[in-house]
Design a protein around this ligand. Structure first.
Ligand code: ADP
Ligand code: MG
Length: 575
């Protein structure tokens, strides 16, 4: 049977999953490394294939200049680091594509089948550019990206498909390597037994995660080392720092399982033995745990809920393996905490989402086209363009029907919420050039909106709409926000807290001789695939669509080049 896949593309570890014949999500083994996860690290060896995984991560100690890690922090962002290896430039999108390609390759060997249709996850706070960049990474790896879904939503979906049951409120507490996300969901089953999972609210801190615990442990070990050796903190040389750093993460993980651990630090011929206890580690990080709990209290308060109103709390992310996390959450939600596969749940949920998307899209298309079935829904051939057909699953209607039969339970809709507001920059009230938000943070995804604007002058030759995103969420007070460029295209001051960002432009040519105030219809749609913008002249019905590309994602030309280059490479797990 044709298959769909879900991929958790993590900052530190990535995972690929699919559905088995019974429709249950299963992680695909990274068989060469005897692991279910893949370290998100790429090593460019001289004159060989890129190495992805644990061996690459380990090589960072020996040849740091040839290893790239943590690119998820930079993907789709300005000033992303570009590295050159063997004469080829690699930006975070390219590096991510190599991680995805490695997963595709090992999954194909394991499953004896081509890996094509996927859903990839991203943090809930990613904006449009980061999502587009993630999708581009998938396309470069030779994948057909059906959508980008929020990590907590995937985790909730994985849980709900297994534990169907009755209506409930679910909280997902996700503490990863460098980020903390908290999300509240409403799980509802209707009279027909169909379920929906709605995001009620989300919050968190994209600068709080496992590395902060590492930093505290590092500080503690340094203190002990200095005491023992009569050193002042300035006595820690860069070399000594590197020696201690190398032991920190491993020690932290061991302290999740045992009460004490002792480490040996050998430096300049001397060996110091340092004892660390789980208790001291917990004391030293209590405030970090409290910071996460403040977000938990805040999200409850914002939604006028108490801990009693939450039915289940799912712990997700590698850092939730630390016992102090479970204890803290458990004390607020006694008996409601679930820790199951904290590092695999997101990929499993993504595989379920991929199946739901695939079935929905193939069925919708066959209804629209009156397709009797059996015909492929996707034009074969090397189409790498941005057409809407490109996002269609490579499934026939028959295959989609088969898939529909095995999807567990009837979770029919999984709605994410938009993480950004979107709108064009226009003249409002005739005299202020502002972003007019049409879609808002917290609206369901997918969402769409239409607005009609008027031309500014007689005989206007064209209208140019600049498309913006921002985090203004109040539909009244944040309806209009100041764009980063004024009407002349000059940069201007905008409130940094609103994260106003230009996404792209669309220019609509107008027929000659049309009077001032002629209507221009603007359509915005944001979904799992991305943002779609159209401008129409209702008189002529002429329509233009934007391709939202910006400096932080690739142009079509760059995409074609990257696709060709990455197709010529083979990734490996070792060297
Ligand atoms: P991401 O999604 O950000 O890649 P993960 O969910 O994979 O993050 O979590 C990675 C973090 O989890 C790292 O900081 C890692 O040190 C931490 N981690 C993994 N296993 C354990 C463990 N057993 N105890 C404590 N921390 C752990
Ligand atoms: Mg994660």
């Amino acid at each position: 049977m044709a298959k769909v896949y879900g991929i958790d593309l993590g900052t530190t570890y990535s995972v690929i999953a699919t559905l088995n014949e019974n429709g249950m999500p299963e992680v695909i083994e990274n068989y060469e490394e005897d692991s279910r996860t893949l370290a998100s690290a790429v090593y460019f060896q001289e004159g060989g294939d890129p190495v992805v995984g644990e061996a690459a991560k380990a090589q960072a100690e020996i040849e740091p200049e040839r290893v790239v890690q943590f690119v998820k922090r930079e993907i789709g962002k300005p000033d992303a680091t570009v590295r050159n290896f063997e004469g080829v430039d690699y930006d975070p999108i390219d590096i991510s594509s190599l991680i995805l390609k490695r997963m595709k390759e090992y999954a194909e060997v394991q499953g004896n089948d081509e890996v094509k249709d996927v859903v990839i996850t991203c943090p809930a706070y990613f904006g449009n550019e980061e999502r587009t960049a993630t999708k581009q990474a998938g396309q470069i790896a030779g994948l057909n990206v059906l959508g980008i879904v929020n990590e907590p939503t995937a985790a909730a979906l994985n849980y709900c498909c297994r534990e169907f049951g009755e209506n409930r409120k679910i909280m997902v507490y996700d503490l990863g390597g460098g980020t903390f996300d908290i999300t509240l969901f409403d799980f509802c089953v209707d009279d027909d037994g169909k379920a929906t999972i709605d995001v009620i609210d989300s919050g968190g801190n994209d600068r709080l995660g496992g590395i902060d615990w590492d930093a505290r442990l590092y500080d503690y070990i340094c203190e002990q080392y200095c005491n023992e050796n009569g050193l002042s903190p300035d006595g820690i040389t860069p070399e000594l720092r590197a020696i201690i750093m190398r032991q920190v993460e491993g020690t932290k993980k061991l302290l999740s399982k045992k009460a004490n651990h002792s480490i040996n630090i050998s430096y300049e011929g001397d060996v110091s033995r340092i004892e660390v206890s789980a208790e001291v580690f917990k004391e030293r990080t209590q405030d970090l745990v409290e910071m996460t709990m403040d977000f938990v209290r805040q999200i409850l308060e914002n939604n006028s809920m108490s801990a009693d109103d939450v039915n289940v709390v799912l712990l997700v992310g590698g850092s939730t393996r630390m016992p102090m996390i479970k204890e803290a959450v458990e004390s607020m939600f006694p008996g409601k905490v679930r820790v199951e596969d904290p590092d695999l749940a997101v990929a499993k949920g993504a595989a379920l989402k991929a199946a739901i998307e695939c079935v929905e899209r193939v069925m919708e298309k066959s209804q629209k086209s009156g397709n009797g079935g059996g015909e492929p829904t996707n034009g074969e051939g090397g189409d790498t363009g941005y057409g809407s057909d490109e996002d269609m699953p490579s499934f026939t209607q028959e295959e989609a029907e088969q898939l529909q039969k095995i999807i567990p339970q009837k979770v029919s809709t999984v709605s994410d919420k938009l993480s950004r507001s979107f709108g064009p920059a226009v003249w409002v009230e005739g005299n202020r050039f502002m972003v007019d938000n049409l879609l808002f943070v917290g609206d369901d995804s997918p969402s769409e909106a239409t607005e009609t604007y008027g031309t500014m002058a007689d005989n206007q030759a064209f209208v140019k709409l600049t498309v913006y995103e921002n985090v203004g969420k109040d539909k009244v007070n944040d309806k209009h926000v100041t764009p980063t460029y004024d009407e002349n295209g000059d940069e201007q001051y905008t409130d940094p807290a609103l994260k106003v960002k230009k996404l792209g432009e669309v220019t609509l040519e107008l027929p000659p001789g049309i009077p001032k105030g002629s209507p221009i219809k603007v359509f915005f749609r944001c979904s799992a695939i991305g943002l779609e913008v159209k401008a129409t002249n209702p008189d002529t019905n002429e329509t233009v669509e934007t391709v939202i590309t910006s400096e932080n994602t690739k142009t079509q030309e760059e995409m074609n080049e990257a696709i060709k280059h990455v197709a010529s490479l083979k990734t490996s797990s070792d060297f």
